[in-house]
Design a protein around this ligand. Structure first.
Ligand SMILES: NC(=O)c1ccc[n+]([C@@H]2O[C@H](COP(=O)([O-])OP(=O)(O)OC[C@H]3O[C@@H](n4cnc5c(N)ncnc54)[C@H](OP(=O)(O)O)[C@@H]3O)[C@@H](O)[C@H]2O)c1
Length: 430
């Protein structure tokens, strides 16, 4: 057997401790599969004395992760601190500069600095691996970059955040509002103390920008992602969606249209017949349309110590075996700059919900606005009657441009009988 591969781990939280546990439990299996033993030869975190449920005896400890990355006598840095700037970034840069491979689960870092880090890694002749950064335990990076390397893609999308998917599932199944479902997610450990990165769609957008780069061979362009979260999704919308034959999911969607790249994260109504509609709870799923393979969907756990450690250690096995691939499928210098497609140019069908005073003439006013903007209505629903009181009215409209839809919503909101800001959810016709 070859000499051991030596590993430094920066960050010993949920994922870091999971990686240590996996490396301990599967030491023999991993040595057989990768042809050499894996040895953790340095660790770093903030609090040295914290109980992490795994033994750190005999492993050299570094108070400073950047010093460890630069100086520890190891082959690989595993960065599991998190955050797009600061220590995590500097540790990765120091490791690459020192000729060490880097494995990271840090989607924020890759979404903002992925192209530059890939360039640095390629120039230094080391690997930058990040299977755990997108959809946790689902091996989607490997699938797009290796298993589907023969395909051109025009679209990749998915449920990329387990917290949001849990909340939307709980709202539908338990009949509760967003705030109650969020509190339940927090109680069960599925939501952070500050859940905004998840529920405002930013975490999904980080992952989408990485997926788009992999699928389309372009530079990672997180600032170009259109991002909306799920705070405004109400139980009323979820119930109307069901009645219309849809489920509401937070999706990240990247598509190439006419030489431009559309990247968007927002709640979507998906037909209940679509496989992605049945990905529930904390599960994630990614769907890719390859021109030769057709449609492929992978589903699994997108977070948690076990699934995420599984992805991190798979990257370590590749490195130990000596497998080398460009981080984003093509050499970083050849990654394209694809012009972003503005959201105003998006074309799709829409669901609109209004709260209107129940009185004669309102439907006619709304119909006139749609006609004036050349938007064609598909269906309209009103449930319950309460003369003089607000009632929900729901419409779906056929494919139209987002810019036109925005003007329609502004005009409808200005009607005297409309008592709340109209809610709009895009319909995806999978
Ligand atoms: N949790 C998941 O399910 C999951 C899934 C996919 C990807 N990820 C990604 O994996 C990474 C780690 O996530 P996590 O959930 O494991 O986070 P976490 O539980 O908060 O752990 C973060 C670790 O980083 C350490 N740390 C913080 N600041 C540090 C510093 N300045 N120097 C050295 N160590 C420092 C902390 O030390 P102390 O323990 O001493 O405080 C802690 O051990 C993030 O990039 C995250 O986005 C997580």
């Amino acid at each position: 057997m070859k000499k051991p591969i030596k590993i430094a781990i920066a960050g010993l939280g949920t994922v870091g401790a999971g990686v240590l546990r996996l490396l301990n439990e599967h030491a023999a299996l991993l040595a057989r599969r990768s042809g050499r033993p894996m040895v953790v030869a340095a660790v770093s975190a903030r609090k040295r004395r914290k109980d992490r449920g795994v033994s750190l005896d005999d492993i050299p400890w570094y108070d400073d992760a950047v010093t460890m990355a630069a100086e520890a006598p190891v082959d690989v840095l595993v960065e599991l601190i998190g955050g797009s700037e600061g220590v995590a970034k500097r540790a990765c840069e120091a490791a690459i500069a020192g000729g060490k491979h880097v494995v990271t689960a840090n989607k924020a870092l890759l979404a903002l600095h992925g192209t530059a880090l890939a360039q640095a890694a390629e120039a230094a002749g080391v690997t930058l691996a990040y299977e755990a950064a997108v959809a946790g335990g689902i091996p989607i990076v490997k699938m797009l970059r290796e298993g589907l390397a023969a395909n051109g893609f025009n679209r990749v999308y998915g449920i990329l955040n387990g917290t949001c998917n849990y909340i939307l599932t709980a709202m539908r199944e338990h009949g509760c509002e967003f705030s109650e479902a969020l509190a339940e997610a927090a109680r069960l450990g599925y939501a952070e103390a500050d859940p905004s990165l998840d529920i405002d769609g930013i975490d999904s957008a980080h992952k989408l920008a990485i997926l788009a780069s992999l699928a389309f061979g372009c530079e990672v362009n997180f600032p170009a992602v259109h991002i909306e979260g799920i705070r405004h999704v109400s139980l009323t919308d979820i119930r109307f969606a069901e009645e219309l034959g849809y489920r509401i999911k937070l999706l990240g969607i990247a598509a190439l249209t006419n030489g431009t790249l559309e990247q968007r994260v927002h709640p979507c109504m998906v037909p209940v017949t679509a496989p992605v509609a049945h990905v529930e709870g904390v599960f994630n799923a990614v769907v890719a349309h390859g021109d030769f393979v057709d449609t492929i969907m992978q589903e699994g756990r997108g977070s948690g110590g076990g699934p995420t450690a599984s992805a991190v250690v798979a990257d370590l096995v590749d490195i130990a075996r000596g497998q080398r691939v460009c981080p984003f499928s093509v050499p970083a210098k050849d990654l394209q700059r694809i012009p972003p497609s503005p959201m105003a140019d998006h074309k799709g069908a829409y669901y609109i919900r209004l709260m209107v005073l129940d009185r004669p003439g309102v439907f006619a006013d709304v119909a006139t606005i749609l006609r004036d903007h050349q938007v064609s209505m598909e269906a309209i629903l009103q449930r319950g009657r309460a003369p003089g009181e607000p009632v929900p009215v729901v419409m779906t409209v056929h494919e139209t441009r987002e810019a036109g839809m925005t003007r329609v919503l502004e005009a409808i909101a200005a009607l005297e009988a409309v008592v709340e800001v109209p809610r709009m959810i895009r319909i995806e016709p999978f």
